[in-house]
Design a protein around this ligand. Structure first.
Ligand SMILES: Cc1cc2nc3c(=O)[nH]c(=O)nc-3n(C[C@H](O)[C@H](O)[C@H](O)COP(=O)(O)OP(=O)(O)OC[C@H]3O[C@@H](n4cnc5c(N)ncnc54)[C@H](O)[C@@H]3O)c2cc1C
Length: 490
């Protein structure tokens, strides 16, 4: 593994999102002095927060998987997740609702899920589910250390028995068909393949290797931190501070000072100069490249993931059939991906993630109220350059109408506080292509082919975060922080 040469005593980490916080913890654990510079007033980045009329909103991730990775980062400084956060395991992990009126609870417990599959689809499908679960588990074990949790210097690093094993498991086939070999029921196929969208790719086109995401949320489990997702970055930042990291919030990095191939100092918008021996950059890829003066030499332009419209609603209304996470599937499926990825138009028959965090922590809303987070995947601004400032309010009304038509009667009338986020807002936050989900996990942007965490011509800068390896989502970016730290510490 290539590492940063020379002195690395003081490392500046740019960005206190989950990747930056993870990098900071791992660097502190390896004895480095760490300064974290963050443009926002709080840690978390995309794992963001907003307080609105007594409602405590999570503006980013809601599905927390693989908390042991957070624990790993915290243990680098002798702390643990349990010391900081009360995690609630979600049962079911999701509830899936379908256009035919049926619903399936997705349990992470093997027996409970087999029983649920038997109930909705019969014994043959239940046996198929058991085989699918075993396959997802083998896939995860084959990938986690060798592919997801490893630094690559070249695609050749992949060659060897681990690659052969992944190929033998069918990891280089397509996810949709791979799932279909285990379960035939269309509803079950969706439940175990929709996660491809988290990777920014349609299930029919995603690498089967991305079944690991389905492993993470349907087998390993989904959790919710009491106090909301903000409790996670708060915990990581508190542990890093406790271990000696210096945090500068409301501090935007504007320039990197260089001497030859080395970054020697970081300059901020306030005119401060902070000398460093190495730097970890976690902003969007294009921002990090700009700071480094780097131009990508990729022959084909990067492809970005679809974006999302999120409607946050503080409400007097309560619908007990909504679990903590409910996926409301439309009748359409294949066409949905064509619309948002290829045609660049909103879903005509939307599939939605409806999260009700107050199901697990009523304290996130005023007494007797509920908090809802409705996420609608939509085209990014390159696939569909839509004028969201104009169509956003109308789309919001359409979403409310869809929810009401699907049985959440009075959803619109119950809303007493709301916040709508569209691709125009993501773009205003600096996210390329108006998507917060970074570059898609196409084959050409996966593993050693994803933008690397080392950049040619700069000896002591390492990238971390969702734009680089291994990719998008809480588990990958926490791993990316560790990978960046390992580039520095060896
Ligand atoms: C709506 C939404 C829903 C999601 N749902 C899920 C989910 O359910 N489960 C899941 O696992 N993942 C989910 N994700 C994805 C996950 O949240 C992200 O992949 C992850 O949080 C990205 O972390 P990061 O550290 O790479 O980037 P960021 O969080 O963006 O961190 C980068 C940090 O750098 C700071 N910064 C940028 N430029 C500068 C500068 N010049 N100077 C100083 N600081 C700077 C930013 O303010 C930011 O804090 C979701 C994301 C969103 C937005």
């Amino acid at each position: 593994m290539r590492t940063v040469p020379g002195r690395t005593d003081h490392v500046v980490v740019v960005g206190a999102g989950l990747a930056g916080l993870s990098a900071a913890l791992h660097l502190l654990g390896a004895g480095r002095r760490v300064t974290v510079l963050e443009r926002d007033g709080t840690p978390g980045g995309r794992a963001g927060r907003l307080d609105l009329g007594g409602y405590r909103l999570d503006t980013g991730p809601t599905v927390l998987t693989m908390p042991e990775l957070l624990d790993e980062a915290l243990s680098a400084v002798g702390s643990s997740l349990r010391e900081h956060v009360e995690l609630v395991p979600l049962h079911p992990a999701y509830r899936a609702e379908f256009a035919d009126g049926s619903a399936i609870d997705v349990h992470t417990d093997a027996e409970a899920m087999e029983a649920e599959v038997r109930r909705v689809a019969g014994p043959v499908e239940a046996a198929g589910y058991a085989r699918l679960r075993a396959w997802l588990t083998r896939l995860y074990r084959a990938e986690i250390d060798r592919f997801i949790g490893a630094n690559f210097d070249s695609p050749l690093d992949l060659a060897g028995p681990a690659l052969a094993k992944l190929a033998a498991l069918g990891g280089f086939g397509r996810l949709g068909p791979a799932i279909g070999r285990f379960v035939r029921d269309e509803r079950l196929r969706r439940i175990f393949s929709f996660q491809a969208l988290y990777a920014g790719v349609a299930p029919e086109r995603a690498l089967a290797a991305y079944g690991v995401i389905a492993y993470m949320d349907t087998v390993a489990g989904v959790w919710f931190p009491k106090g909301g997702m903000r409790a996670v970055p708060d915990a990581l930042a508190a542990a890093a501070s406790g271990a000696g990291a210096k945090f500068h919030y409301d501090t935007t990095v504007t320039r990197l000072e260089r001497t030859g191939e080395r970054v020697t100092a970081v300059h901020t918008a306030d005119g401060e100069r902070i000398a460093c021996d190495a730097v970890v950059l976690t902003p969007e890829l294009h921002t990090s490249y700009r700071l480094l003066g780097h131009t990508s030499r990729r022959p084909v332009a990067l492809r970005y993931s679809p974006s999302a419209v999120v409607l946050h609603a503080g409400s007097t209304g309560s619908w007990p059939r909504l679990a903590h996470h409910t996926i409301s599937f439309g009748r359409e499926w294949g066409r949905t991906f064509t619309e948002i990825i290829d045609a660049g138009v909103p879903m005509s028959d939307p599939s939605l993630l409806i999260t009700r965090p107050t199901a697990s922590d009523p304290g996130l809303a005023p007494d007797g109220r509920q908090l809802y987070f409705v996420l609608a995947p939509c085209p990014n601004l390159r696939a569909g350059p839509l004028d969201w400032a104009r169509i956003g309010p109308r789309y919001r009304d359409e979403l409310v109408a869809v929810l009401e038509a699907r049985g959440l009667t009075g959803f619109g009338a119950g809303i007493e506080a709301e916040h709508l986020v569209t691709p125009a807002d993501w773009a205003a936050m600096g996210h390329a292509a108006g998507t917060p989900f970074a570059v898609a996990h196409t084959f050409a942007q996966t593993g050693p082919f994803r933008p690397a965490n080392l950049v040619g011509g700069v000896a002591n800068a390492v990238l971390a975060g969702c734009g680089t390896t291994p990719g998008v989502g809480v588990p990958p970016v926490v791993i990316s922080g560790r990978l960046a730290a390992q580039r520095i510490t060896g």
